[in-house]
Ligand binder design. Structure first.
Ligand code: 5AD
Ligand code: FES
Length: 352
């Protein structure tokens, strides 16, 4: 088979079997062109529509702390960044965000933050418990990095439903290039397995175009997703932050991110796939294009307006325009204009 035929064969195989070999994923990435992109996108939309119809799920994102004890080389919140403006929300501020979100129609709240020792199990557990008792029709998602098994267990008992922890890269040597010595790939994977064992709906994910990333590394990410079958998968382009060692690195592209969204939809059709803020940051229509490539979730920002700029993972993060939760009507119109519709229930994964 020449290259030309082979890529079409790979797309059909993926749509049929939902898996490829590592080498085949790599080929699909390296040999991509306008035609493969379109074919994958059409399949991805068909699979997504069959399970979720034209419904797009929304999550209210509350960024609870910009303190972080980690030092990931790519991240603007890394502890070595002395220019980062640090803040943390207190319990009442977080609960107020949830109250406001509930009024706006959100039924999932994502509490996301750096790894901040202030947020002990007791503090987070209390907040989770309060949101869950106040709003029994809502899901609470946590995104607070690596914690112990006991911590994840306790928070689950307090009512947390879901946990997002991007694996960042499924290649160990690549992981080492993105993280300081004290962080380990093994612990990341262990956390993901612990979360699953504890009954959370689990989200993993990675950055597209992160420094040193090769097509083979991306193929490993896809293989990992194929095996792990995450309930959610957050992928967005890497975007450099001026106060990190990767300041001069190139950003990931909208094109490759959308291409991978389509592939991931085919690997695991029920997966919840957000069109991320990073995608909306590199292109004005990034999130719409993400949806048109197979995504089915958007996560508007519900944080207090005053702190949004401070939660700066990368340069120029959008946060006060139409991606804000307060602009849910503008977002709703944009989604309508591409043929989809915001759905304001919890939005759990639908496994067939
Ligand atoms: N560009 C894009 N995404 C980033 N993240 C952290 N820094 C960056 C960056 N510079 C992502 C990581 C992390 C999530 C909170 O944000 O994947 O898991
Ligand atoms: Fe690790 Fe921010 S310091 S993602």
């Amino acid at each position: 088979m020449d290259d030309f035929d082979e890529k079409y064969y790979l797309i059909l195989k993926l749509a049929e079997c939902h898996k490829l070999t590592l080498g085949e994923y790599e080929k699909l990435i390296v040999n991509r062109d306008a035609e493969t992109t379109k074919r994958l996108r059409d399949f991805a939309n068909a699979f997504r529509n069959r399970i979720y119809g034209n419904k797009i799920f929304i999550r209210g994102l509350i960024e609870i702390s910009s303190y972080c004890k980690n030092d990931c080389l790519y991240c603007g919140l890394r502890r070595s960044n002395s220019n980062c403006q640090r803040y943390r929300l207190n319990r009442d501020e977080i609960l107020n965000c949830a109250d406001e979100g509930y009024k706006l129609g959100f039924r999932t709240f994502v509490l996301q933050g750096g790894e901040d020792n202030f947020f002990t199990d007791e503090v987070i557990g209390d907040i989770v418990y309060k949101i869950k008792t106040r709003y029994s029709d809502c899901a609470v998602t946590l995104s607070l990095g690596e914690r112990s098994y006991e911590s994840y267990k306790y928070l689950r008992e307090c009512g947390a439903d879901r946990y997002l922890l991007r694996h960042e890269t499924a290649s160990k040597p690549h992981y080492k290039k993105l993280h300081p010595r004290e962080m380990s790939f093994e612990n990341r994977m262990k956390c993901l397995n612990n979360l699953r064992e504890l009954g959370y709906a689990v989200g993993c994910g990675f950055m597209v175009g992160s420094p040193f990333q090769t097509a083979k590394d991306l193929a490993r990410d896809l293989k990992f997703i194929e095996r792990f079958k995450p309930d959610m998968c957050g992928i967005g382009p890497f975007i450099p932050h001026r106060d990190t060692p990767f300041r001069d690195c190139m950003a990931g592209t909208l094109e490759l991110t959308c291409y991978l969204l389509s592939i991931i939809r085919l690997i695991y059709p029920p997966v919840l796939l957000p069109a991320t803020t990073a995608l909306g940051t590199i292109s004005k229509t990034g999130r719409e294009q993400g949806i048109l490539s197979g995504a089915n979730v958007v996560m508007p920002n519900l944080s207090p307006v005053g702190v949004r700029k401070k939660y700066e993972l990368y340069d120029n993060k959008i946060c006060t325009g139409e991606e804000a939760a307060q602009c849910i009507n503008c977002l709703s119109n944009r989604i309508k204009s591409i043929g989809y519709k915001i759905f304001t229930h919890r939005g759990d994964i639908i496994k067939k």
